[in-house]
Design a protein around this ligand. Structure first.
Ligand code: ADP
Ligand code: MG
Length: 569
């Protein structure tokens, strides 16, 4: 027999395996979805590589997955003729977790099975989910284009180690055999597997084949013989790329499962939009808003972007060029008829077609969000709490869609005691006082600080609503938003605050009198503070606090100064 070499799993893999077995007991059947999903990915990768080198097909261009059951041995085998793996790839892919956000994920685990299974859901389980139902897994793989003698066999019982050995494997691709656990034998059943495929993997674009036995010769009604039908590999899924099908023929369940396949997410998406565009440019987009933010959304190096297909051929994952950064949470795919099949990241970089596609996809996402905000505010609120702070980067990044994005923003406000970021600019404008022509807001280090800002006193007294902003990103946002629906934004912490028509004659008179009374105090304060201040002025803004420090109208707000200081400027 071949020489077996022992390897230990990366610590994280061991932890993940433990967790899966203990937390995913109510959702065991997903192992099949994950393995079929990998086989479909492997087919996509082979097709892409074969664009340049058709010899990789080795005379077998009909890519598929074969699923078979051996009742006597108690095993299930999932075999594909996709790209396959060489020795190094097997060791790296099936012995470690290379995903970004892995550290975050493990630091968030609580030990509570229900909570942790939710988290694993978000993280994605992939290949290792095989061990939910199997106590031993054998993977036999051979990379496309490699010699039959360069096959690899990987075996593990999912405890802490795996072995790797060289084997002879004439057929290209990967074959995974699951030795099903004693108490999971229900899965060693062709019908059961067929129904799981129907439930989770119908949308997979390559055929999932299962062996149908010969149907013996039968007696027909009028004594004639019906000839025997020989056994054959039979497709048990629709096997057409989901996005090429008609919207009206696709169920919500199918859309959701397809999302899980392309996003490697495990939880349902919040919403999706499927569009075919014809005419000057021709493409199909299928865009999803995830239900939960990934663990590494704030990691700038995190991979994001769409899956790119050209004329139904998979080209690349994470094509960032089609989504602006402030929509980096969007998952989905784009299938273009206008890009060349040999398109590379470099070619995409500055390309007219890319621009058009990006504009189109951006518009779709913003429309989808607008619709959600209008029709299902609860859902929108849950979107906002996951991704709102990312969307706030929008006005600075995407000038042409500034107004649309502004319409999607939600804020805390003095109108709403709940602290929730739920007030839209439309809401605000609809509640503006007679004579009010500005949208007032205050930024601070935290919502609490914004709420207790002394600048608010006069607004509280007059019953004028003020938007409260306590997130880091808010200052940046507000330096790029100047107006909405012809209403100017006004920081209540900046410059001379002229409440204009909101001040009545009587108050104005009283204020002038008061101002005369304290003239001497202002002079003394100015002399005492000297160069430290630009000016000391009388204000009508305060009703309780004796004094307040404000920024110059044209200068930075104190909050911005703090940000700059924190950034080391
Ligand atoms: P993911 O699919 O999210 O990358 P998985 O745990 O499902 O994570 O798979 C890990 C990696 O193992 C894949 O990215 C791929 O490189 C490799 N792999 C898994 N199954 C196959 C397969 N059937 N053929 C080729 N490579 C595979
Ligand atoms: Mg996978």
């Amino acid at each position: 027999a071949a020489q077996q070499e022992k390897h230990g799993f990366q610590t994280e893999v061991k932890q993940l395996l433990q967790l899966m077995i203990h937390s995913l007991y109510s959702n065991k059947e997903i192992f099949l979805r994950e393995l079929v999903s990998n086989a479909a990915d492997a087919a996509d990768k082979l097709r892409f590589r074969a664009l340049e080198n058709a010899a990789l097909y080795e005379g077998d261009g009909e890519l598929n997955v074969k699923l078979s059951v051996d009742a006597d041995a108690g095993t299930i085998t999932i075999a594909d003729n996709g790209i396959g793996m060489n020795r190094e790839e097997v060791i790296a892919n099936l012995g470690t977790i290379a995903k970004s956000g892995t550290k975050d994920f493990f630091s968030k685990l609580s030990g509570d099975a229900a909570k942790d299974s939710q988290l694993i859901g978000q993280f994605g389980v992939g290949f290792y989910s095989a061990f939910i139902v199997a106590d031993k897994v054998t993977v036999r793989s051979r990379a496309a284009g490699a010699d039959a003698s360069e096959g690899v066999e990987w075996i593990s019982d999912g405890e802490g180690e795996f072995t790797v050995a060289e084997i002879n494997k004439p057929t290209r691709g990967t074959e995974i055999t699951l030795h099903i656990r004693e108490d999971e034998k229900e899965f060693v059943d062709a019908w059961r597997l067929r129904s799981i495929i129907g439930k989770y993997s119908d949308h997979i674009s390559i055929p999932v084949l299962m062996w149908r036995d010969e149907i013996p010769e039968q007696d027909g009604e009028d004594g004639e013989k019906i000839p025997a039908v020989p056994g054959e590999w039979e497709s048990v899924n629709k096997a057409t790329a989901l996005w090429t099908r008609d919207k009206s023929d696709i169920s919500d369940e199918e859309y959701k499962e397809f999302y899980k396949h392309i996003s490697h997410d495990f939880a349902d998406p919040l919403s999706w939009a499927h569009n075919k565009v014809e005419g000057k440019s021709e493409y199909t987009s299928l865009l999803y808003i995830p239900g939960k933010a990934p663990f590494d959304m704030w990691n700038r190096e995190q991979s994001h972007g769409l899956k790119l297909y050209v004329q139904r051929v998979f080209i690349m994952d994470d094509a960032e060029q089609f989504m602006p950064t402030y929509l980096r949470f969007v998952k989905g795919l784009l299938d273009s008829n206008d890009l060349p099949l040999n398109v590379s990241r470099e070619i995409l970089q500055d390309n007219k077609v890319t621009q058009t596609l990006r504009q189109g996809c951006t518009k779709r996402v913003l429309q989808m969000l607008e619709k959600m905000a209008k029709n299902d505010s609860e859902k929108y609120q849950s979107f906002w709490s996951e991704f709102g702070n990312v969307l706030k980067e929008g006005p600075a990044e995407d000038f042409s869609n500034k107004d649309k994005i502004a319409g999607l923003l939600r804020f805390s406000s003095t109108h709403d005691e709940s602290d929730a970021q739920s007030v839209s600019l439309e809401d605000y404008i609809s509640r503006m006082k007679e004579g009010q022509d500005k949208i007032y807001f205050v930024t601070a280090d935290s919502l609490q600080a914004a709420k207790t800002s002394p600048h608010l006193e006069i607004f509280r007294k007059k019953g004028i609503e003020v938007l409260l902003m306590g997130e880091r990103i808010d200052e940046w946002l507000m330096s790029h938003l100047t107006e909405y629906n012809e209403k100017q934004f006004q920081s209540i912490a900046k410059g001379d605050l002229d409440l204009g028509d909101l001040d009545d004659e009587e108050t104005k008179k009283a204020q002038e009198d008061a101002e005369k009374e304290v003239e001497g105090v202002l002079e003394r304060a100015k002399t005492a503070l000297g160069e430290k201040v630009i000016d000391v002025k009388f204000t009508h803004r305060l009703t309780e606090s004796p004094a307040v420090i404000t920024a110059d109208e044209n200068g930075m707000t104190t909050q911005m100064m703090k940000l700059m200081q924190a950034a080391g400027q």
